[in-house]
Design a protein. Structure first.
Lengths: 447, 284
């Protein structure tokens, strides 16, 4: 080829474009790819600094931040194309099962032995990370449920923090009579929020043993113990305790509910650990008031249910992409993310990051931590009976029907037996199809 | 090659990029949706062929019937209320000279505001705690009876101004001599509207009716932002049902079947329109 001016220009252009195009590719070859989503900029910056840049492993980690509401679909599309990040994030066990069935994930059993993950992480969360007997993920973070209240509200009315159904119902009755909202609840912002309270009823009225038995397919969901639990919750709604009334329940927003709690017009809120990242702006100096919040464990709603039931969930699962070119280095980074209780505690204290399910003690937290948070996560690390959150331990369609159809129970479109019969039918189908996530036995295995 | 054939080839060459893009982003996904509607598919990984099972399940699905019924109610509302408002609004505007442009802009403005923004504003306006709902003591979006009409009202608020502008454009094409002759014969504004305006803009009227039906069966954004199909399914339409089945229940195969039914409904409407158009000889 003669070296004309045109050819020189073309070659120069191509030489300049080559590295540019290479850098646009999703795989730079020697970097670990990790896609993650964050609730705010502070969390993102903290994670990049403390969990990405601070990692001194075999390979460097390249973090790509994705939108919270689309990271799942972006990941699915990339995995289906045989691409995607080395470290794959999934929204808990139900999605994990679908990824596993598609062959997108690498089994982690060998790495678990090498790094000692089984003894490092909570058994309930490790059990829920198995599909078909193989470990296909590590629990990236975990969630727990509790009772939130404003201490000044209870003090003003002379109410104790409830530790039993009788105390809870007495306060709710009195609060409703005084024109207060006994339980701040609503699903206008998140229709699936209804499942938080169904989870509460199932685990604290029917009890973890009954739920576990149903998840194994041994007890039908139409069993009287579940009829009683759902009827009790429905009764609370019909009395106007949940959200102030059925119509209001459907239009109550989370900001409004937090504000009501701070103002003392709502008494309790039954919520999960994610609430600790949202509640701050409504209390104290940030909100221009002197209100405070605190939390307490949820209580049994029936005799025979253990006093301490921890309703636990996996917020995100972390796996290794079956197409990863660097599985060993990815496992090394996964170990970095999951290990070191003090690193997990610092994440809670400094950026409200939900921790991996490693046992935490008060000594793990830095002195600057909000005492309520260290107390909360220390409590969630105590040995107690596991409560089965529906969004972690129930198969996907059963879970969706569980909250969409419970809304029809409280509006009178379905009776409780009809609701449970429908739930049982869908669950049986998913059980037969092998779609039910692995659940640990309930007794004493939270740690 | 004859000049005629060369021209035809050239035309196809110009169309080729569009046809290719269309095949890639419309035809391909459409055909795959037809295929997936006959499968048990989570949306992830391989799909399992199950024949007509999804369609059989649709027939017995109370949620599907409820969503379809809401779509029918929605369609009837949008065929009657905004079409009537649009027609009379355009006719009123066609009778004035001053401020016509201003009114056109004012009517059209809500249409260009993003639906998410409009929905969020109205959600606050109708709030039972701080908005109109609090003043009137009515929970518009929390009530089983009022939620669907409320969402339709909000969507109509943004929609009817668009119809005004389109109808007005059609009315401006009507021969003014017809109105003069009618006025000389003693016809009042209403009579002129009924006997001259409506027949003259009939193709536009029918076309917008057709599009209203199609868009009504595709409506999603206002419902999703305002109620997510709630309370307790009171505003669930086919598109929100499809979304929930595909992304919450991970039943993309079943959701595809819902999508195919939606497409078939639109296809029937388009076919009916094409038959009418051919019989009447309309250009629109």
């Amino acid at each position: 080829m003669p070296l004309s001016r045109r050819n020189v220009l073309a070659l120069t252009g191509a030489a300049a474009l080559a590295p540019l195009l290479a850098s646009c590719g999703s795989d730079t070859g020697r970097d670990l790819q990790y896609w993650a989503a964050f609730s705010d900029r502070q969390q993102r910056d903290y994670f990049r600094r403390e969990r990405v840049d601070a990692f001194q492993g075999t390979l460097k980690v390249r973090l790509t931040v994705k939108p919270t509401d689309s990271i799942d679909r972006l990941t699915q599309t990339a995995l289906a194309a045989g691409a995607g990040p080395d470290l794959v994030q999934a929204a808990g066990p139900a999605q994990l099962g679908a990824y596993a069935a598609a062959g997108y994930l690498l089994p982690l059993d060998d790495y678990a032995r090498r790094y000692g993950w089984e003894s490092m992480l909570a058994p309930w969360a490790m059990a829920a990370s198995r599909v078909g007997g193989r470990l296909l993920a590590l629990p990236g973070d975990f969630e727990g449920m509790f009772l939130v209240y404003n201490p000044a509200t209870l003090e003003r009315h002379g109410w104790p923090v409830p530790t039993s159904r009788a105390e809870f119902e007495a306060i709710c009755t009195e609060a409703k009579a005084k024109g207060l909202m006994p339980v701040a609840a609503g699903n206008a912002d998140w229709r699936a929020a209804t499942e938080w309270w169904v989870t509460f009823a199932l685990n604290h009225s029917a009890g973890p043993d009954a739920v576990y038995s149903a998840l194994q397919g041994r007890t039908p969901w139409t069993d009287p113990v579940f009829v009683d639990a759902i009827s009790l919750l429905n009764d609370y709604y019909q009395r106007g305790w949940w959200g102030g009334g059925v119509d209001a329940y459907f239009t109550n927003t989370f900001p409004g509910l937090y504000a009501a709690l701070a103002a003392g017009t709502a008494v309790f809120m039954i919520n999960g650990t994610w609430a600790t990242t949202e509640i701050g702006p409504y209390f104290g100096a940030a909100a221009g008031n002197d209100a405070t919040w605190d939390w307490a464990p949820l209580f049994p709603l029936r005799d025979g249910v253990p006093a301490q039931v921890l309703d636990l969930a996996i917020g995100e699962s972390l796996s290794i992409n079956a197409h990863s070119r660097n599985p060993d280095a990815t496992a090394e980074y996964l170990h970095f993310l999951e290990s070191d209780p003090q690193r997990q505690a610092r994440g809670i204290a400094e950026a409200s990051l939900q921790p991996a399910p490693v046992p935490l003690t008060a000594a793990d937290f830095p002195p600057t931590v909000d005492e309520r948070l260290s107390r909360l996560y220390t409590w969630l690390s105590t040995p107690a009976t596991v409560g089965y959150t529906t969004w972690t331990f129930f198969p996907q369609q059963t879970d969706t029907d569980l909250y969409t159809n419970f809304d029809k129970v409280i509006t009178g479109q379905l009776t409780v037996p009809e609701y449970l019969a429908g739930l049982d039918e869908v669950f049986r189908g998913e059980l037969a199809a092998g779609k039910v996530p692995v659940a640990p036995a309930p007794t004493g295995v939270a740690r | 090659m004859t000049p005629r054939r060369r021209r035809a080839l050239l035309a196809w060459l110009f169309m080729l990029p569009l046809v290719a893009v269309n095949a890639l982003v419309v035809l391909g996904p459409s055909l795959s949706a037809v295929y997936y509607s006959f499968t048990d598919w989570s949306g992830i990984g391989a799909a399992k062929w199950i024949g007509l099972d999804n369609y059989v399940e649709l027939l017995g699905d109370a949620e599907f019937r409820s969503a379809l019924w809401h779509n029918i109610q929605w369609t009837i509302f949008f065929l009657v209320v905004p079409m009537t408002m649009g027609l009379f609004g355009a006719f009123a505007l066609s009778r004035i000279r001053r401020f016509r442009l201003l009114f056109r802009v004012v009517y059209f403005l809500p249409y260009v505001v993003a639906s998410v923004v409009t929905a969020a504003i109205w959600k606050n306006l109708l709030s039972p705690d701080v908005g109109l709902g609090a003043t009137l003591g009515v929970n518009f979006l929390g009530s089983q009876a009022l939620s669907l009409p409320s969402v339709a009202f909000i969507n109509n608020w943004a929609w009817w101004g668009f119809l005004v502008v389109v109808f007005l454009a059609a009315m401006q094409g009507v021969n003014p001599n017809l109105y003069e002759a009618a006025a000389l014969d003693g016809a009042g504004p209403l009579r002129q509207f009924w006997s001259i305006t409506l027949p003259s803009i009939q193709p536009t009227f029918v076309f917008l009716g057709l599009m209203t039906i199609i868009w009504s069966f595709l409506s999603f954004d206002y419902v999703f932002v305002l109620t997510q199909g709630g309370p307790a399914g009171a505003t669930d339409v086919l598109s929100t049902l499809l979304y929930r089945e595909a992304f919450a229940s991970l039943r993309a195969g079943y959701a595809s079947a819902v999508g195919i039914v939606m497409a078939l409904i639109s296809a029937v409407v388009v076919a009916a329109y094409l038959v009418i158009r051919r019989k009447r000889g309309w250009a629109v």
